[in-house]
Design a protein around this ligand. Structure first.
Ligand SMILES: Nc1ncnc2c1ncn2[C@@H]1O[C@H](COP(=O)(O)OP(=O)(O)O)[C@@H](O)[C@H]1O
Ligand SMILES: [Mg+2]
Length: 375
């Protein structure tokens, strides 16, 4: 029974058709200019592309093509091309089960030497090997095959800035999107505008010339209301007050899956006070064990810095460094350079946020760290 309840909370979701429609409208009004949507991690960007934007595109008569550029770090164009090739494959196979079955029968027949329409279709020239040309050709061919505008969704686009030839790559992406603007629209998402902005600026023009940069808005009260409703279904009308949920959602950086986890737990324990639910969540032995294991992999100085950041102390400040010096295993107040290097490592590990002044990425870990002895 509790398991079933948990699953119902997992199914709580919010559709955002108006937001999707507004993005598509923007794209249509400025061909060749992608949208770049930025929001911190786990706010719901990927979910939105998949659940809202892609269906809205289909409705509009566009073909959505999704590529996660993070998956092939260092080779983002390969990831894009791969996604386009898959879409091209799909487009060349007759749609639906019937089509597939027919095709299988046809190829079996061909084993007996029957003459086939398929075999008579003119063979396509091979795709160019060079990724930039391949990208251009794929856009053209896919568009030709489906006869619809493409919507290229490039998730985690800051990966464009990662590779060795990042500048050249961004340049050709930009050139192709411009040249093929009648055939393809593009949406980029990212969790850190900094890297991407720097990269695109280095290709000759600031990012806002290349893409329209927008902050992707987090979910609002509609998500809280949906959670409330689910809670009320389980608890015969009893539900957590909206104010408390709102405050907690804010504290959790508007990350829906995190709030859902706490509310699930509140439901299991019959608690309606969000703050109390959060405290229980933080005290959960399993969670604590996980955070401790994570922190134990760090060096003493890094651990101390993570705690300082969680407490909202400026990590490079004189006072903070003196405090850090008192941590066992650190020895003496570390230099600014040393703290900088440690911050960099913590960002690389994903423990601290990359853009702006550093924060602990995971709000639970942040709260747990803030509530214990530093170091
Ligand atoms: N509209 C939504 N309704 C319900 N849950 C959502 C919604 N958007 C995101 N989530 C939850 O948040 C999680 C993280 O979202 P995700 O799209 O992966 O974030 P991002 O791509 O910004 O890092 C999802 O796995 C899902 O559980
Ligand atoms: Mg994502």
């Amino acid at each position: 029974m509790p398991r079933m309840q948990a699953a119902d909370f997992d199914a709580v979701s919010v559709a955002r058709p108006e937001l999707a429609a507004s993005y598509l409208g923007l794209l249509a009004s400025q061909p060749g200019r992608p949208l770049a949507l930025f929001a911190p991690r786990r706010i719901g960007k990927t979910w939105f592309l998949d659940q809202d934007l892609a269906p809205a595109a289909v409705q509009r008569g566009w073909l959505p093509v999704y590529a996660d550029l993070w998956l092939q770090r260092g080779a983002p164009l390969a990831a894009i091309n791969h996604a386009l090739e898959e879409a091209l494959d799909d487009a060349s196979v007759p749609k639906g089960r019937l089509g597939k079955a027919a095709q299988t029968r046809v190829s079996k027949l061909s084993a007996f030497g029957a003459s086939l329409d398929l075999a008579e279709a003119p063979a396509r020239r091979k795709l160019p090997e060079a990724p930039e040309l391949r990208f251009d050709t794929l856009v053209q061919r896919l568009h030709g095959a489906v006869g619809q505008p493409l919507l290229l969704m490039l998730d985690e686009a800051q990966a464009l800035a990662d590779g060795a030839n990042a500048e050249a790559l961004a340049g050709s992406l930009r050139a192709v999107l411009h040249k093929r603007r009648a055939q393809v629209y593009a949406v980029l998402t990212g969790s850190s505008p900094d890297a991407l902005a720097a990269l695109l600026a280095s290709t000759g023009a600031p990012m806002y010339h290349f893409a329209q940069v927008l902050n992707f808005p987090p979910l609002g009260d509609e998500f809280l209301l949906a959670l409330q409703a689910q809670f009320a279904r389980v608890h015969r009308g009893k539900k957590p007050p909206l104010e408390g949920l709102r405050a907690l959602f804010e504290r959790l950086g508007h990350k829906p899956a995190l709030l859902r986890d706490v509310v699930k737990r509140m439901s299991a324990e019959g608690l309606t006070e969000a703050e109390l639910g959060f405290q229980r969540y933080l005290a959960d032995e399993q969670h604590v064990a996980g955070w401790r294991a994570l922190i134990d992999t760090l060096q003493p100085l890094e651990r101390g810095i993570a705690s300082a950041v969680a407490l909202g102390r400026p990590p490079l400040g004189q006072e903070t460094r003196e405090l850090l010096g008192r941590i066992k295993g650190v020895g003496q107040a570390p230099t600014v350079g040393k703290v900088r290097a440690a911050l960099e490592r913590l960002k690389k590990l994903g423990l601290l946020t990359r853009s702006g002044s550093p924060q602990v990425e995971d709000p639970f870990l942040a709260a747990w760290l803030a509530g214990r002895e530093p170091g």
